[in-house]
Design a protein around this ligand. Structure first.
Ligand SMILES: C[S@@+](CC[C@H](N)C(=O)[O-])C[C@H]1O[C@@H](n2cnc3c(N)ncnc32)[C@H](O)[C@@H]1O
Length: 305
């Protein structure tokens, strides 16, 4: 079951000390993290009742003394901020490429949409293998659909929709519509702008996949292919087994999910067989699948019944 999330209004009303921490983190990291932080804060409150009680008592005490800097200096508040920042980093910031500041420059000077794939770490890593993956997909399971036009839904898409030109070359038809969503609204605006410039058909919007209410935006779509590239690990980190709900509730015929085969930072190899949880799920659902591996990513391609 999906956990009920608390809104910032509820933090303010019932947990004013935690609300103070919430505001501090937004001030520090910017508005873009609001939705993400609501999720982490709710989970933090639910699993740390002892800490939360202490935070609320300290908040009351220091608020009365008008001495909030002492509140932020207390050990429990500092530890809580550290823990929340660590979680935000794992699920949110680590995927932001250092090239972010160059986005506008690249947009102005690029001659093809594929040039922009260098913006994001994930697409950057995949640049050399896009041809190979899309060729594998289009000559295999996608061709079994016998369709000359396709709609793709790409969840937690990052900059991946910018690979549309490469996909079209392998699919051998430009009748492709790409629908993409990600928790980062700014990235979705950027991709819309790129699609407009290079005249591709697409629809991009923000959606926090861990929130049931937000997923209504995509549950109503009826598409041919679902892409969930390197995103399920982040979601599982927030809520175990949430991937199962998402993969079941969406309307699509073919699913393509991928996982990094190297751990971030430590460059330790993680073989796909270590993802037994997802393989077992596909077997339980009786969705036939195949695995395709490139240098640093493994793709599971399956037919949804
Ligand atoms: C490793 S990146 C992969 C991006 C893209 N799918 C690719 O492979 O090129 C993970 C993506 O998942 C997104 N993400 C993380 N948590 C999310 C959530 N709760 N809802 C929607 N997107 C999320 C991140 O913003 C990021 O763009």
């Amino acid at each position: 079951m999906t956990q009920k999330l608390l809104s910032s209004k509820e933090f303010e009303e019932h947990y004013p000390g935690c609300f103070e921490i919430y505001n501090y983190l937004i001030l520090k990291r910017g508005d873009g993290i609001v939705k993400h932080l609501e999720t982490h804060m709710t989970r933090f409150i639910k699993r740390n009742s002892k800490f939360v009680k202490e935070i609320e008592e300290l908040f009351k005490e220091y608020k009365e003394k008008d001495s909030m800097h002492h509140f932020f200096r207390s050990k429990v508040v500092r530890t809580s901020i550290k823990e929340l920042q660590k979680e935000l980093h794992t699920t949110y910031s680590q995927f932001q490429s250092s090239q972010d500041s160059k986005k506008e420059q690249l947009f102005e000077h690029s001659e093809s949409i594929s040039d922009l794939l260098l913006i994001h770490k994930s697409t950057q890593e995949r640049v050399e293998s896009y041809d190979e993956i899309y060729s594998y997909l289009c000559s295999g399971v996608v061709s079994s659909l016998e369709k000359s036009s396709l709609t793709i839904l790409d969840i937690g898409c990052g900059m991946n929709p910018l690979s549309i030109q490469i996909f079209i070359e392998q699919f051998k038809s430009s009748n492709v519509k790409w629908i993409g969503c990600d928790v980062h609204q700014e990235d979705m605006n950027y991709i819309s702008k790129c699609y407009e410039k290079f005249k591709f058909e697409g629809e991009f919007f923000s959606c926090d996949l861990t929130r049931e209410d937000e997923r209504e935006k995509i549950n109503t779509k009826n598409v041919d292919i679902l892409f969930a590239f390197k995103v399920l690990d982040s979601l599982e980190h927030i809520q175990r087994n949430i991937s199962f709900d998402i993969l079941k509730e969406l309307n699509y015929k073919i699913g393509v999910i991928s996982f990094a085969t190297f751990s971030l930072g430590r460059r330790k190899r993680i073989p796909i067989t270590k993802r037994a949880w997802i393989l077992k799920f596909l077997e339980r659902e009786k969705w036939t699948y195949s695995i395709y591996e490139t240098d640093n990513e493994a793709y599971i391609v399956y037919k949804k019944k």
